[in-house]
Design a protein around this ligand. Structure first.
Ligand code: SAM
Length: 233
């Protein structure tokens, strides 16, 4: 196995079996694991029978920690970088550290792993040939409506992370803009209660208004019929 000073490692988004043999080997081989929450990651690693020194790297200490990790890696320590779930850097810390490593000339690699965006896209049944990922939807209604308006004109599948506390309001806003838009809410992916809610914006707005569904969710929107749709007919 080629060994890098720093390895970014994708972790499960719910189902602990979704981890590669290489991910476990790289974490086992590291001198230190950088993670968002040392308690969460400590528990997960214990499940795999791994015990490692943990170093917190989260949005509040990211700037200083990235400099520290790059310097220590340049000095010969090996790091595995993980987040609480999924791929580092995707709506999670990672981007800044990649830049710092590039700046310092420290070699790194990325181990592919679970990611809620791609899992939801494939399961949604909406076209996967072209897609746009917009991260978390804005919390403020005015900004969110502008983002939703753009999604309705994008001409490809648009994907957003959304809070279970706002999803009903977001679907209502979307239905007001275009009741016939094709929508999917992918909920609790890879977990016991994994569910894909599929339908028009109006149908899903009515469903979520009547039943306050809980859990982690991804919102997918597509209005345009694409050549891939024709292939499936
Ligand atoms: N880095 C992660 C990834 O690669 O998917 C995303 C981290 S972001 C802080 C967390 C958000 O991702 C959640 O609020 C939710 O929108 C989405 N998410 C994470 N796990 C999920 C799951 N099992 N099912 C549905 N959505 C999930």
């Amino acid at each position: 196995m080629i060994s890098y000073p720093v390895s970014f490692v994708g972790l499960p988004i719910g189902n602990r079996e979704d981890i590669t043999r290489r991910a476990l080997a790289v974490i086992e081989d590291a001198d230190c694991v950088c993670c968002e929450d040392t308690r969460n990651t400590g528990r997960l690693l214990a499940h795999y029978g791994i015990s490692k020194p943990l170093l917190s790297l989260h949005e509040h200490n990211e700037r200083a920690r990235c400099v520290e990790v790059a310097q220590r890696a340049a000095g010969g320590e090996k790091f595995a970088v993980v987040t609480d779930a999924g791929m580092p850097g995707v709506s999670d810390p990672g981007y800044r550290l990649v830049h710092e490593l590039q700046k310092c000339g420290v070699d790194y690699t990325v181990l592919p792993g679970p990611c809620a965006v791609v899992t939801a896209l494939v399961g949604s049944g909406l076209p996967c040939d072209a897609f746009y990922f917009g991260g978390f939807l804005p919390v403020k209604s005015g900004k969110r409506q502008r983002v939703l308006q753009n999604a309705l004109q994008a001409g490809c599948t648009c994907i957003y992370y959304e809070s279970p506390y706002r999803i009903a309001a977001t679907l209502a806003e979307l239905a007001a803009l275009d009741p016939d838009a094709r929508v999917c809410v992918a909920r609790e992916l890879t977990k016991l209660h994994e569910t894909y809610h599929r339908g028009t914006a109006a149908e899903l707005a009515a469903d979520f208004a009547a039943h306050p569904h809980k859990g982690e969710m991804v919102l997918l929107i597509n209005v345009a019929k694409t050549p891939r749709d024709e292939e499936c007919n």
